[in-house]
Design a protein around this ligand. Structure first.
Ligand code: HAM
Length: 450
């Protein structure tokens, strides 16, 4: 059955040859977030459907068209998370995280699910890294959030990405804008799709992010929200800009950004690129001051962002930025004979305990086949342990890239490790934490030199 070896459309495998790049990005993001005082939160892949209906919004594309919703055997309606903000907000309330003292700052790496038309940069299962802050109303919190996202792109050396910001006002000023949109779209009703016709009364702002071509065209000349925001929102927006200027973060104000989810208020922002085709928004976020109250909590200002890892990888590729590849084997230990086989095994355990990537035969291959395999996995060094070596308690360590750099080492585990660590040139990247940290440092040194 062919289907048994075919993945579901819109979902992608991350193969061993690529996983290292993901680990690198995840570590970099974790580091950026923790530097700003954010702590990791992990929430379930699925939540009660009503959570997303309430937070993301009944009239959004995500809720109306894209959610993976199903009834459990017990009759509950469950939805695979289309994004991370709602689940994090639910957890914040359920576990009373506000008791830890405000602001509460969390970050997450997660998979999301949206039933969209799959194409480059748009998948049905995709990955987000996100950060959320609860309990901070000041514009400095908006700037901190934007700077954190910007810091990630900066550290990666990305140049083909720009920050666009806007303010979409608060509940109060939103009503005059909604009225203006209603009038505008009512006059051009015939050009709207059926979904947007149903949005006209309930939430005309959602027409602005409809993906239908005709709706998009009408939306181009619609009134812009920035012209309708109240004085408080305007002051808040000016302060966000002041702090971004102070942090030397470049941005442009794009009055057409409204974001596709209902919970946003005031500041919204996107990091966009022209380098990866139609799906150019790599990161999006903003303030959502009404959400916590909407979910049953005390009025709590909040804000956040999420970036799509698949899109980020596409942008990196487009700019020719190489992330570290998969670590290769440092040492392959081949053996011939029963005693040698035992020695090879114990030696491999010793080396692994010192974080040296070590492989030894586990399938019963002939010596020739063992060496062929060592070549195939591009082992940097190899040794062959035979009876003579055991007798002499010495072994030849062969440099597989340059035979001239081969050297002898004692077979005793402790002594071998000492000589090997001293003489072997193990450059190249291994994904252990220390190495990732070193690489991060060199990346950030590189970007501050510019
Ligand atoms: P969003 O704009 O819907 O916002 O998604 C954030 C990012 O996820 C996008 O900028 C994009 O990079 C990525 N993304 C979205 N859909 C897909 C897809 N189908 N395939 C691949 N990547 C995708 C949110 O999700 C908000 N929760 C962000 C936020 C957090 N706002 C406040 N806090």
């Amino acid at each position: 059955m062919e289907i048994l070896t075919k993945k579901v459309k819109g979902a992608e495998d991350i193969l061993p040859s690529d996983a290292c790049r993901w680990q690198f990005l995840e570590e970099l993001m974790r580091d950026e977030a923790e530097k700003c005082g954010f702590k990791e939160i992990r929430t379930p892949v699925f939540e009660h459907t009503v959570l997303f209906n309430r937070s993301v919004g009944e009239t959004t594309d995500v809720v109306q068209k894209e959610m993976y919703t199903f009834d459990t055997k017990g009759g509950e309606s469950i939805t695979l998370r289309p994004e991370g903000t709602a689940g994090a907000a639910r957890a914040y309330l359920e576990h009373a995280l506000y008791n830890d003292g405000l602001p509460v700052k969390v970050y997450y790496h997660l998979t999301c699910y949206r039933y969209e038309k799959a194409q480059a940069g748009r998948q049905r299962e995709f990955h987000q890294f996100g950060m959320e802050t609860y309990g901070a109303a000041d514009a400095k919190a908006d700037a901190e959030m934007i700077c954190a996202a910007n810091g990630i792109f900066d550290r990666l050396g990305l140049e083909n990405i720009r920050l666009e910001i806007n303010s979409i006002g608060c509940k109060t000023c939103r009503s005059s804008y909604t009225q203006a949109l209603k009038e505008y779209f009512t006059a051009r009703k015939s050009e709207l799709c059926d979904t947007c016709l149903s949005r006209l009364d309930r939430n005309p702002m959602r027409i602005l992010d409809c993906k239908n071509e005709s709706c998009k065209k009408v939306a181009e000349t619609a009134p812009v929200v920035l012209d309708y925001i109240c004085e408080d929102c305007s002051t808040h927006f000016d302060r966000v800009k002041t702090f971004l200027d102070a942090a030397d973060v470049s941005y442009t104000v794009n009055p057409t950004i409204v974001r596709g989810l209902d919970y946003y208020t005031r500041t919204v922002f996107e990091f966009v690129t022209d380098a990866i085709g139609a799906q150019g928004t790599v990161c999006g976020g903003g303030r959502y001051d009404g959400l916590i109250e909407e979910l049953g909590g005390q009025p709590t200002p909040a804000l956040g962002f999420a970036m799509g890892i698949e899109r980020l990888l596409l942008v990196l590729k487009a700019q020719g930025i190489e992330l570290p590849g998969t670590p290769t084997c440092d040492l392959y230990i081949a053996s011939l004979g029963v005693d040698a086989e035992i020695k090879a095994f114990s030696l491999s355990q010793k080396l692994r305990s010192a974080s040296i990537i070590t492989e030894t035969d586990i399938v019963g291959r002939s010596l020739r086949a063992q060496m062929k395999y060592a070549d195939k996995i591009s082992a940097k060094y190899s040794v062959v342990i035979g009876d003579d070596d055991l007798k002499n308690n010495t072994v030849r360590v062969k440099d597989m890239r340059n035979k001239e750099n081969s050297f002898d080492a004692p077979l005793d585990e402790e002594a071998f490790l000492e000589v090997f660590t001293d003489k072997a040139d193990l450059d190249g990247f291994s994904a252990d934490l220390e190495n990732i940290k070193k690489l991060l440092e060199s990346l950030s040194e590189g970007s501050s030199d510019e």
